[in-house]
Write a protein that binds this ligand. Structure first.
Ligand code: G4P
Length: 534
């Protein structure tokens, strides 16, 4: 049966697609697991990462992630909750992978920022928040670890404003903290929600809810906590920001939730409010204007490519965000950038370490498709009679450069293959010097840890050992020009010209001030700070 004419609205309406960001250790993995627990996707939390010695999370695929205890790549999980179909995009917490985070955010409609109540806004929180801000999507804040000794909630809100520059609206308010963390006051429903300690977070917690004035709560909480709560609520109502849905949806006001992912306290109130406030997938910008999710044809774009997710299979997966229409397994689509028809065979969805074949998917969904080496980040796929392309995904400016070669000259072919494949995944950017032959490769990265990943992956996945020599350049500009002429271009002592694999000219500089001089000396070209792949 063809699904071209099926009414997709109910499926689209129930979809929510968000990215989850945090400084490492704030509790992103634990919270994600609890979402799965509440959605019924796993029966017992802790099943994936209860053993301290083997700390690796639901979404950690790569060996290097396990070794270093950081999340290098971002993964995708789908689950259902209260008839909502939720797609979570996990993002790497480490700043060196902020480019990957940005690409993931392009595929998300909102972001959840997890903050450790004791540490407040941390270094990586700031960097990831900045990336979120660039996307202009709604940002929800979950202040985690309220069961441990943490900062004062008012202080945390002040930090959001002073450090991140975003106003906040507490959707709920913690009742007690540390060992005395009893529950939350839900401001929208004007009701108290007290949690039962239950099974230490392994199972869904029971709660008692009711009016704050109900005498039973005074008894349950004791006079001190109850009085403090009443005072806090009054203060928030008087001095805090008003609830403003428009500002929230524009990313100008962050709704704040307090809880403990470990004990499950506050996880459900968060999920419910989040699903209520966020919108289903929205229209996406394309060269033909915004494309409605209900458009009568299939369309989507690739935002991430991941090679060798399963070393046993040596496969490569392209992650596709569906923007309109219905995706069906085995469908023929138009690969717009390549001008080719492609059959989308072996589509997959992801849950923890499992992959399941997907037969049908809707706007908002993320699916993985087998990539025989034809996809690039930013590519658009459409029903085969349609030709449109979505706004591209910019490449960030790398800040670190190395000259790289293979130790064993006989492995040159594998070396180039590995380097180019990793570049297509977007984790590194590859250049070659102009006019010095093709023996050398220059690699640029946004964060230095990428070099380590590169070295590790080339060795483990391609059997190639490399030699790396650091280059002094810190700044890059992509050169836009009609008929660029290398001979007449006036550079500087601290700069060099290189080329992208597609042959586009690129300027590398040691000092930022010399970029201005070079621009003045070469008014016929434009020096660009970010770049859209052709
Ligand atoms: P991340 O993905 O953001 O890096 O954080 P992750 O969930 O891995 O959590 C980091 C540590 O913080 C873990 O402890 C985890 O158990 C703990 N944690 C998460 N949420 C809470 C919470 O609400 N309260 C408290 N008190 N701790 C929390 P770990 O000792 O590193 O690992 P594990 O052995 O407990 O798994």
């Amino acid at each position: 049966m063809s699904l071209e004419n099926v009414n997709t609205t109910p499926e689209i309406q129930r979809r929510r697609t968000f990215a989850i960001i945090s400084h490492p250790d704030a509790g992103k993995t634990t919270l994600t697991e609890k979402f799965l627990l509440y959605g019924g996707a796993i029966r017992e939390a802790g099943s994936v990462k209860s053993r301290r010695s083997q700390k690796h999370a639901v979404s950690d695929w790569m060996e290097i992630e396990k070794q270093r205890g950081i999340s290098v790549t971002s993964s995708v999980l789908q689950f259902n909750y209260n008839n909502f179909c939720i797609n979570i995009l996990d993002t790497p917490g480490h700043q060196d992978f902020s480019e990957d985070t940005y690409r993931t955010l392009v595929a998300a409609d909102s972001a959840v920022m997890v903050i450790d109540a004791a540490k407040g806004v941390e270094e990586q929180t700031k960097k990831l928040f900045k990336v979120c801000k660039m996307r202009g999507i709604p940002i929800f804040t979950f202040i985690n670890k309220m069961d441990a000794h943490g900062k004062d909630p008012f202080e945390l809100m002040e930090e959001l404003e002073n450090v991140l520059g975003i106003r906040s609206y507490p959707m709920d308010w913690p009742i007690g903290s540390g060992k005395e963390f009893k529950g939350v006051y839900n401001r929208r429903k004007s009701q108290i929600e007290l949690f039962d300690e239950g099974k230490h977070g392994e199972a869904i917690v029971d709660s008692v809810t009711g009016d704050v004035a109900d005498p039973k709560f005074r008894e349950l909480l004791g006079e001190y906590l109850h009085d403090k709560l009443l005072e806090d609520i009054e203060l928030l109502d008087m001095a805090g920001d008003d609830y403003d849905l428009e500002k929230i949806l524009n990313g100008e006001l962050t709704p704040v939730f307090f809880g403990s992912a470990l004990t499950n306290f506050g996880v459900e109130p968060f999920l419910e409010a989040f699903l209520d406030i966020t919108t289903p997938p929205q229209p996406r910008q394309s060269n033909l204007g915004p494309i409605a999710t209900t458009a009568p044809y299939f369309s989507g774009f690739i935002f991430k490519i991941q090679a060798n997710m399963n070393p046993a299979h040596r496969d490569r997966i392209a992650f596709l965000r569906i923007c309109s229409g219905v995706f069906e397994k085995g469908m023929m689509v138009n690969h717009v950038q390549k001008g080719k028809k492609v059959k989308l065979a072996q589509p997959q969805q992801f849950l923890a370490q499992d992959r399941a074949t997907v037969d049908v998917a809707y706007p908002g969904d993320i699916i993985g498709i087998h990539d025989p080496g034809i996809f690039n980040i930013g590519d658009t796929l459409c029903s085969d009679n349609i030709k449109l392309y979505f706004e591209g995904i910019p490449q960030f400016a790398p800040e670190h450069f190395m000259r790289i070669s293979t130790v064993n000259a006989l492995k040159r072919k594998q070396f180039l293959k590995g380097i180019l494949q990793l570049a297509e995944e977007g984790s590194i950017q590859v250049f070659r010097p102009h006019l010095t032959g093709t023996e050398e490769v220059i690699v640029g990265v946004v964060g230095v840890l990428q070099f380590e990943v590169l070295e590790y992956r080339l060795k483990n996945e391609y059997g190639v050992e490399i030699r790396m020599t650091r280059l002094p350049y810190r700044f890059i500009r992509w050169i836009e020009a009609n008929d660029f002429n290398y001979d007449t271009f006036k550079g500087s002592m601290d700069s060099t010209l290189v080329e992208t694999p597609e042959g586009e000219p690129v300027l590398l500089c040691e000092f930022e001030w010399s970029i201005r001089q070079i621009q003045e000396r070469n008014p016929q070209v434009i020096l660009r700070e970010t770049h859209l792949k052709p």
